[in-house]
Design a protein around this ligand. Structure first.
Ligand SMILES: [Zn+2]
Length: 73
């Protein structure tokens, strides 16, 4: 199974400009955990997915540790 890049956004904060644009990063989730170990996937809270090609094209929007673990930087 490959990881899935997801933005850890809680539903009640999706509308918060500060949360979405204030440095939230995509993390690579595999088996319910982010590769960096910082987040545990919780269905319903972490559901904003992005294509890995977008991550590769714009690595600034992803967690550096997850990028390293995924071998993408
Ligand atoms: Zn991460």
């Amino acid at each position: 199974m490959k990881w899935v890049w997801q933005l850890p956004v809680k539903r009640d904060k999706v509308d918060s400009f500060a949360w979405v644009h204030g440095g939230a990063k995509y993390h690579a989730f595999k088996y319910g955990r982010s590769l960096c170990g910082r987040y545990i996937n919780n269905v319903g809270c972490y559901d904003t997915r992005v294509n890995e090609k977008e991550i590769i094209g714009c690595p600034d929007m992803a967690c550096k540790k997850c990028l390293t673990k995924a071998g993408l930087n």
